[in-house]
Design a protein around this ligand. Structure first.
Ligand code: NAD
Ligand code: GLY
Length: 369
């Protein structure tokens, strides 16, 4: 079973293909995009060791020579240093604008390789072959590419849409359960922000998705990508509605920043807490029924994700530090606090100019000091 979802961006439109066994067909899908049979595959060492051979031989069957450019696994590779190294490797391969880069890995590789593609010889095509659930439902679609700097995450980047996304659900077989749950956080985000019936389906099917049942994954990844594609086609550069995709991310980012963006708390886990907080904050502000906040929290928790500050660590967070991080969020304009809040499950909206005193009172209630 597989689905194809178009991302309607005019002359930059592309398809997202989702299903089992897609990597074996990669050559057939990619060959029509090439002027000659050459690609560079940017991947991380873990993904390459597990799945590099399968991709290389699938490409070879379509007469495509693949040159690997391998970076260390982990967020640390989204750096200026690694961007310089990857760019230099691409130059050494004498890749030209008729060739193509394949981003083969999770969101780290997708963001790094996508940014390299955006700037290499002023822009070269790239294809996303996402290998984490998070990358399949979120980062491989929509054209956001970036690296981090010591001043923060994703601060240097570009919008550069891929020519194709191939999300092979079989590669998820090797993904650690914790990474799978992080991807699930982004899946439930779509239900919470704009599709109540998808949310209800996830409540019933959370274990099928986490057990990697292919039919459940096709539905979960497919509906997530469909919603993302629709939002991106309407608001590619995040002038408005695309900001809804950041549900849970302002709170989540603040917690991640306090935790030091390491392994102690992964991004998807921070988004889990952040989404639960966004619903509880909405309920406290009288915007959303309390039972919706309770139900949202239960559904996030059912995937084994944290939903409270105390789930993250026993020592209390400092409310002022969290608020300071919220003010630095990319959505913040003119120093005003912007959050994605909800009127109910499936009905999120962007709230600009959120009151700092109300936010502080909420965070104290949440156990911050
Ligand atoms: P990741 O790329 O670091 O992958 C997580 C870990 O899983 C890595 O160790 C990786 O080697 C390993 N891995 C990947 N695929 C595997 C597989 N099939 N089997 C076994 N191990 C595998 O992390 P991620 O969660 O995929 O992505 C996070 C990044 O995505 C962050 O940098 C975040 O900023 C970015 N992101 C970007 C967007 C966007 O729109 N561009 C959206 C969301 C997140
Ligand atoms: N991950 C948020 C976005 O793509 O806009």
């Amino acid at each position: 079973m597989s689905v194809t979802i178009p991302v309607g961006l005019g002359d930059r439109a592309y398809d997202v293909r989702i299903g089992g066994g897609l990597m074996a067909e990669a050559g057939a899908h990619i060959r029509p995009l090439l002027k000659r049979g050459r690609v560079a595959v940017v991947s991380d060492a873990t993904v390459w060791a597990l799945h590099g051979e399968a991709l290389t031989s699938a490409l070879a069957r379509a007469d495509i020579v693949a040159s690997p450019v391998i970076v260390p696994a982990g967020e640390g590779s989204k750096s200026f240093e690694m961007l310089a190294r990857v760019s230099d490797d691409l130059l050494a391969l004498e890749l030209d604008r008729g060739d193509l880069i394949v981003a083969f890995g999770g969101g780290v590789v997708g963001d790094l390789a996508g940014f390299a593609a955006a700037i290499y010889k002023r822009g070269i095509d790239f294809v996303q072959v996402p290998t984490t659930l998070l990358a399949q439902v979120d980062s491989s679609v929509g054209g956001k590419t970036a690296i981090d700097t010591p001043r923060g995450k994703n601060l240097i980047g570009a919008f550069h849409q891929p020519r194709l996304v191939l999300a092979d659900l079989d590669v998820l077989a090797t993904l650690p359960a914790r990474e799978l749950a992080c991807g699930y956080a982004e899946i439930i985000k779509y239900g919470l922000l704009g599709d109540f019936s998808f949310f209800e389906w996830l409540e019933t099917n959370v274990h099928a998705v986490l057990d990697r049942d292919v039919d459940a994954l096709v539905r979960a990844v497919g509906r997530s990508v469909e919603m993302k594609a629709e939002i991106v086609a309407e608001d590619e550069k995040e002038a408005g509605r695309r900001a809804l995709l950041n549900l849970g991310h302002t709170f989540g980012h603040a917690i991640e920043a306090e935790m030091g963006f390491g392994d102690a708390l992964k991004h998807g886990e921070a988004v889990g807490v952040g989404m639960a907080q966004a619903f509880r904050f909405s309920a406290k502000l009288g915007l959303c029924p309390t039972q919706d906040a309770v139900r949202a929290q239960a559904a996030i928790k059912a995937a084994g994700l944290p939903t409270t500050l105390a789930d993250v660590r026993p020592e209390p967070f400092a409310a002022d530090a969290l608020i300071a991080h919220c003010g630095q969020d990319k959505k913040a304009e003119g120093g005003k606090l912007t959050f994605v809040l909800a009127r109910g499950i499936g009905d999120a909206f962007v709230a600009k100019d959120v009151d700092r005193a109300a936010l502080k009172a909420f965070l104290i209630e949440e156990g911050a000091v």
